[in-house]
Design a protein around this ligand. Structure first.
Ligand code: ATP
Ligand code: ZN
Length: 304
């Protein structure tokens, strides 16, 4: 199945996601957890939405902001780093903003960091003055340098930025970092963070003024529920009424628990939605404070 042309697509919502790479599987899984499903096309670039009129376009992540700007796609799942870089590039070249972040999605976390050779005795940003900094994020780096009042050369590289200092192409780098292992393998150390990034749902600056608006609202409500419950667990246990004052402070991340009387006036059953990690340690602490029959259940969905 090939995508309908842009003019025909207005009664369906089209979402661009990465075809393959770090964000591809989690983006699909998150959308699927919102109740969407698709019929795969043979060319695997376009997936036709079956449960809702929401189709997927599978593309390179770098193309997603442009596809939204051109109206080819309505929404996209992309790293904040890519969205902001291309947004800043538009600003630099005098074009109007054409998209914005609609939601942070809680996966694909990384930082855009400046890293310098291990051997540098780092004193602060002014040390970068007159130096060459290699990056694939020239617009964000230039914006930051300008804000700091630092004059440095921005060396644009499309990949393998971390080996630039060893090759003598640059003195420092500005690149994405998650664990830091790549940096240390290249005798570099992170010294500054320009941007905290994660995958985001990107969309146009203005809301849709046709049927896509309702579809987008529905999707956002489901996404908010899915994001909220992702790390949540339902905790159930029993306790005597007298122990409640000691037990409840052990659930600071829980929504107001439901408390039910089990038998007589003393025995209570509690049900609490916890948004933090429910570890063995926490369960043991609750048990010591009087809880019994502790049960932890996964939460599949939630509509506030
Ligand atoms: P494409 O073929 O789609 O252009 P890519 O190689 O540009 O893929 P990936 O390496 O899959 O992209 O990274 C996609 C996004 O994942 C990044 O833009 C960033 O938001 C996020 N990410 C999370 N951790 C890292 C990391 N350690 N390095 C690079 N990107 C990361
Ligand atoms: Zn890319």
């Amino acid at each position: 199945m090939s995508p309908p042309n842009v003019a025909q697509g207005r009664d369906r919502l089209r979402i661009a996601i990465q075809k393959s790479g770090r964000l591809a599987d989690p983006a699909r899984a998150l959308l699927a957890s919102c109740g969407l499903s698709w019929r795969e096309s043979r060319d695997r670039l376009f997936c036709y939405g079956e449960t809702l009129p929401v189709d997927l376009l599978l593309v390179r992540d770098d193309d997603i902001p442009g596809l939204i700007a051109d109206g080819v796609c309505d929404l996209g799942v992309v790293g904040r780093n890519v969205l902001q870089e291309q947004g800043q590039d538009r600003v630099e070249s005098g074009r109007v903003p054409a998209y914005r972040e609609w939601r942070a999605l809680g996966f694909g976390g990384c930082r855009l960091d400046i890293a310098v050779p291990d051997a540098w005795d780092w004193q602060g940003p002014q040390q970068l003055g007159g130096k060459r900094i290699a990056t694939s994020y020239p617009a964000l780096l230039r914006q930051w340098l300008q804000a700091q009042g630092i004059a440095a050369d921005v060396v644009l590289l499309s990949g393998s930025v971390e080996i630039a200092p060893r090759l003598g192409q640059a003195d420092a780098i500005c690149d994405l970092v998650s664990s830091g292992a790549t940096l240390s393998a290249n005798q570099l150390k992170p010294v500054l963070t320009l941007l905290q990034s994660e995958a985001v749902l990107a969309g146009p600056v203005e809301a849709f003024d046709d049927v896509r608006g309702e579809l987008a609202d529905l999707l956002l409500r489901r996404l908010d529920g899915a994001i909220r419950v992702r790390k949540s667990k339902l905790l159930m246990f029993q306790a005597s009424r007298n122990d409640l004052p000691t037990l409840l402070p052990l659930l600071p991340d829980a929504e107001a628990p439901t408390v039910m009387q089990v038998d007589g006036a003393d025995r209570m059953a509690l049900q609490a939605l916890c948004h933090g990690a429910v570890t063995w340690q926490r369960l043991e602490d609750l048990k010591r404070a009087g809880a019994s029959g502790l049960m932890v259940l996964p939460v599949e969905g939630m509509l506030a």
